[in-house]
Design a protein around this ligand. Structure first.
Ligand code: PHE
Length: 337
């Protein structure tokens, strides 16, 4: 059975054949699978095989052919892209470019920080529209037509009849909440507001506020003070606040909230204008007239409100002395925060 050992050694030869590159793949194909290849020659051996063993012979040759076929296909696949991969025309040792990840704007970060603090003590977020009518921005807030307090906030009116305007404070959303939500109510209204002011280092025609409103039975001024105190402590780590009597048409009594200047440690600096204190917002007990405007029973309910500018808080937090920087989107500025 010489044919059998010939076939065996061919099988051996195929499996031992080393294919190390693209050229070897082709050499292998010609040597074994080509029309004059060794497999063709092996098939010719059939003449030497007696009839009863031809079936066994056929199976054996077939098996070897399959092995050779798959060895060729696998190597072809493996070395096909070899050339392209080794002939790159760029410098693999060059340093990589850095891709820069974007980040949140400092105003967004400050807003989230503020919202988080109030959420921790039970305030829910209530967001209203930026375009409002006179009622929500002024009249319901105890500022009827011709009320001098309307001049405290220079307004962008949107219609000739002065009916629609860009809200000058988010207190307009608080009126909407009082009209639509169930009592007791404990909300903050973060959002953007607009005032017709000359742009300077300390003022802009658009800025952001977080205002709070708490209406329940038997709310006291002490509750308000504690809430502001908690905020100052969480936001700035400063427990030193003071409430200065002030006036707002929608609160009575009203106060301005100051925090001791942690930039100069009350020694006096440009931020606190050498007073040792910086103002962070306004607050007060909601005037019953406001609640009555929203059909709320003032023999049962009362509450407090407060309002703060996010830019102002951010300026103190990051110790920035010019509010306009927040709007210029100068990467050199933003990258520092
Ligand atoms: N709405 C006031 C403002 O924008 C701030 C404020 C809110 C004051 C609530 C007192 C109470 O100036």
């Amino acid at each position: 059975m010489e044919w059998k050992s010939k076939i065996q050694s061919l099988k051996e030869e195929i499996s031992q054949y080393k294919i190390e590159n693209k050229e070897d793949v082709e050499k292998f194909r010609i040597a074994f699978l080509g029309t004059k290849g060794k497999l063709k020659m092996a098939m010719g051996l059939i003449a030497e095989v007696p009839g009863e063993l031809r079936k066994e012979f056929g199976l054996l040759v077939n098996e070897i052919k399959n092995e050779a076929d798959s060895k060729w296909a696998l190597s072809k696949n493996a070395f096909e892209h070899q050339q392209e991969a080794t002939q790159v025309d760029f410098d693999l040792t060059a340093p990589a470019y850095h891709s820069h990840l974007g980040s949140l704007h400092p105003i967004t970060k400050t807003k989230r920080r503020m919202v988080e603090i109030f959420e921790r003590i039970g305030f829910a977020i209530f967001e209203g529209p930026e375009i409002v009518n006179d009622w929500h921005n002024f009249t319901a807030l105890n500022m009827p037509q011709d009320h001098p307090a309307r001049d405290m906030q220079d307004t962008f009116f949107l219609t000739e009849n002065l009916e629609f305007l860009l809200r000058t404070h988010t207190s307009s959303s608080q009126i909407q909440a009082l009209e639509t939500e169930k009592l007791p109510l404990r909300i903050i209204t973060p959002g953007r507001v607009y005032r017709n002011e000359t742009i300077s280092a300390r003022a802009h025609c658009t800025f952001h506020q977080v205002e709070g409103l708490y209406i329940d039975e038997g709310v006291s001024f002490a509750d308000l003070k504690q809430c502001i105190y908690y905020f100052a402590k969480e936001m700035f780590g400063s427990e030193n606040i003071r409430l200065r009597p002030s006036y707002f048409p929608f609160t009575e009594p009203s106060a301005e909230v100051d925090i001791s200047c942690f930039i100069c440690d009350q020694k006096g600096c440009p931020v606190c204008k050498k007073t040792g204190w910086v103002e962070i917002g306004g607050c007060g007990m909601v005037d019953p007239a406001v609640l009555q405007n929203c059909n709320i029973d003032t023999t049962k309910y009362n509450g407090y409100a407060f309002g703060m500018g996010i830019e102002r808080i951010a300026m103190l937090y990051y110790q920035i002395n010019d509010l306009r920087l927040f709007w210029q989107n100068d990467m050199r500025f933003l990258r520092q925060l």
